[in-house]
Ligand binder design. Structure first.
Ligand SMILES: CSC[C@H]1O[C@H](OP(=O)(O)O)[C@H](O)[C@@H]1O
Ligand SMILES: Nc1ncnc2[nH]cnc12
Length: 288
């Protein structure tokens, strides 16, 4: 399998310098993604870049076309997705400007479509390890090489938003639930990447201390944007350092991300909905 890097740019990251760059409109059985996808190469490795919120930050976190986003990257041949996200921190030592390469996610979103499968073709994939350890380690190495302070591992609380958390919520996620960072977009992205058999890693850029920290004001967009602006070059450096690490080959994935559907389908072949199966070919063709 040819390694193809998919980069999902979060708040503040709407473009990237690629070789042979071309913005391509992609359609999927789940509609159109957040924006056209910038295809090209970095250091000889095929790369596809999708601005999660669209250029100009059009889409709210709760209304992102996440199914179309993952299906479009899969259709372009992406094997590995590195998602870049702005997050608030629940830990003093995970300071603004630092990077946390998340290894666990707690999903507090509500009402977001979160599966390609459903009635007529039911599947249950494992999400015990929602990010790929191999890809996460490579992303952490690239971030360190780009000069960032990196925390390897952390629990990402994915809230619904779009409002930020109350102080009481912030303290609950931090003290009672033991979460490390908070954002609004890792879910259902990570779920869908697993269903589409793609390796997925989240590189979270800390922009604030959310609302719990007595020594810091509560988060607002201005604070987030000023930290992102100060670190945008580091984000680009990190992206530029990923291909050389990925090029050594990671497939078959030692953690089985690219075979996640091997034993996941439940619906008997003769009981499957043909229309749904047809749509599913775009992400799960390997097992259908
Ligand atoms: C601009 S602050 C809130 C916004 O930023 C994060 O977006 P992303 O994960 O795409 O970087 C957060 O999840 C919210 O959507
Ligand atoms: N404190 C916070 N809560 C949710 N999403 C965020 N993105 C950046 N900072 C955040």
């Amino acid at each position: 399998m040819t390694t193809h890097l998919g980069l999902i740019g979060g708040s503040g990251l709407y473009g990237l310098a690629l070789e042979d760059a071309e913005w391509r409109a992609v359609n999927t059985p789940w509609g159109v993604p957040s924006d056209a996808i910038l295809t090209g190469a970095l250091g000889g490795l095929p790369v596809s870049f999708l601005p999660r919120h669209g250029r100009g930050h059009v889409h709210a976190p709760g209304e992102l076309p996440a199914l179309a986003n993952i299906a479009a990257l899969k259709a372009l041949g992406v094997t590995d997705i590195v998602s870049v996200s702005a997050v608030g921190s629940f830990r003093e030592e995970m300071a603004p400007g630092h990077i946390v390469v998340v290894d666990q996610i707690v999903d507090r979103t509500v009402g977001r479509p979160a599966s390609f499968f459903g009635t007529g073709c039911v599947a249950h994939v494992s999400l015990a390890q929602p990010t790929c350890p191999r890809l996460s380690a490579l992303a952490a190495d690239a971030a360190e090489a780009a000069g960032a302070t990196v925390h390897r591992g952390g629990i990402y609380l994915c809230m619904e938003g779009p409002q930020f958390s109350s102080r009481a919520e912030s303290r609950i996620w931090r003290d009672a639930w033991g979460c490390d960072v908070i954002g609004m977009t890792a879910m259902p992205e990570a779920r869908l990447a697993r269903e589409a058999e793609l390796c997925y890693a989240t590189v979270a850029m800390v922009t604030d201390y959310d609302s719990w920290h007595e020594g810091h004001g509560a988060v607002d967009v201005q604070a987030v944007l000023s930290v992102l602006a100060a670190n945008v070059q580091r984000g680009r450096d990190l992206a530029a350092r990923l291909p050389e690490r990925l090029a050594e080959g990671g497939h078959p994935c030692p953690h089985g991300c690219d075979r996640a559907l091997d034993h996941a389908l439940m619906t008997a072949p003769d009981r499957r909905d043909p229309a749904l199966v047809e749509r599913l070919r775009a992400v799960a063709g390997r097992v259908l």
